[in-house]
Design a protein around this ligand. Structure first.
Ligand code: SF4
Length: 365
């Protein structure tokens, strides 16, 4: 525990807050990672740093950026004869145009929660007459493990294992945000886990093409405060991409993880909730793995999504804060979520609801 305690020392945190306070200018920073959003809310940093530092949450929750149509597609797969859809627990309650996977399950569809793609692969190996589909949701952090499960399926001849790949890539989303009209963030707090795979070099375009300072941060409050100070300093001295989370991230990233990911997947255009279609921002199975690609299956989808009034799309682009959604803490709560940002344990609305919002406080809607 000693190692952790050093990061949480009150003296260290006080000193870091003072250093930020002494910086002359204000700054708005987007944290591009749901785990950072949770860590910032849980440690109470937003009110402590305001108004000098405005922290804006970005599209860093993989569940939240999944398009409503993709959830509808997953539900349609789960209803197919002889198919079991496997997924991480967070996806079960995300509302799509025809309800949630959990509701589909109670109506007779076959959906099972798994903790890893390897567990889904094992299910396929043990039930040769069932087609087991793994719902591949996540960023560069989860895609290598899914790729490894496909390599294993191929090696062991498990031909009833399939992946519906909805994976997303972080750098193209950052570029899309920066190109978006009205987007005005001064700096990025970059994700720790994704960057452990990608490395820092993958983000060099942020400073080179856009002059935006960026720091790859760890998840302790002191990591985040140190990164904010570095970002403020960079604004004065010149933009760069720095690694604060050096205990997990190298400039070159994790080559092995990237190699397995690139051997199985190739970049394709992908639909993001709130950001629309972003070129080369998703991962599809390469031709060699076509036999395991559930994405090639044809299913009937509902014509249009019904309008629930959810503003997750605006939240994910940093246009509004959760409390500005008229449904926040009224009809939308973690127990009764209207949108994915309130469902996921990494969702922006869920983290604001749990840590930043006090019952009875005035909401901006
Ligand atoms: S509060 Fe609920 S309805 Fe509003 S944006 Fe967040 S998840 Fe969507």
């Amino acid at each position: 525990m000693r190692y952790i305690d050093e990061f949480r020392s009150p003296g260290l945190l006080r000193g870091q807050l003072e250093m930020i306070e002494e910086m002359g200018s204000n700054i708005s920073i987007m944290e591009v990672c749901g785990t950072h959003t949770m860590a910032i809310s849980r440690s109470g940093l937003r009110p402590l740093l305001a108004p000098r530092v405005e922290l804006v949450s970005g599209p860093g929750c993989p569940v939240c950026v999944t398009a409503a149509d993709d959830i509808a597609r997953a539900i349609a797969f789960a209803g197919l004869e002889g198919v079991v859809l496997t997924t991480f627990g967070d996806m079960m309650r995300v509302p799509g145009p025809r309800g949630t996977l959990s509701e589909a399950n109670s109506r007779g569809a076959s959906v099972r929660v798994v903790y890893s793609p390897l567990e889904a692969l094992r299910m396929a190996a043990e039930s040769a007459h069932t087609r087991v589909v793994f719902l591949g949701v996540g960023f560069e952090t989860t895609a290598p493990a899914v790729a490894a499960s496909l390599v294993q399926a191929r090696r062991k001849g498990i031909d009833n294992f399939f992946v519906l790949s909805l994976h997303k890539l972080v750098p193209p989303a950052l570029r899309a945000l920066l190109e978006m009209e009205g987007f005005s963030i001064d700096a990025f707090l970059l994700p720790g886990h994704v960057s452990a795979v990608l490395g820092s070099q993958a983000y060099s375009f942020l400073s080179e093409d856009y002059g935006i300072p960026s720091v790859i941060a760890g998840f302790e409050a002191s990591d985040i405060l140190r990164s904010i100070y570095v970002l403020m300093r960079m604004r004065e001295e010149g933009a760069a991409v720095e690694i604060e989370y050096s205990r997990a991230v190298r400039p070159e990233g994790n080559r092995k993880a990237r190699e397995v990911m690139e051997s199985v997947f190739e970049p394709v255009d992908a639909e993001w909730r709130g950001l629309g279609t972003i070129p080369a921002s998703g991962l599809a199975l390469r031709d060699e793995f076509r036999d395991h690609d559930a994405g090639a299956w044809e299913v009937e989808l509902p014509a249009t999504a019904r309008d629930t009034g959810c503003r997750c799309g605006d939240i994910l682009c940093g246009r509004i804060k959760p409390m500005q959604c008229p449904l926040f803490a009224r009809s939308c709560t973690p127990e009764n979520a209207v949108g994915p940002c309130m469902v996921s344990t990494e969702g922006t609305c869920a983290s604001y609801y749990l840590y930043d919002y006090r019952e009875g406080e005035r909401l901006d809607g």
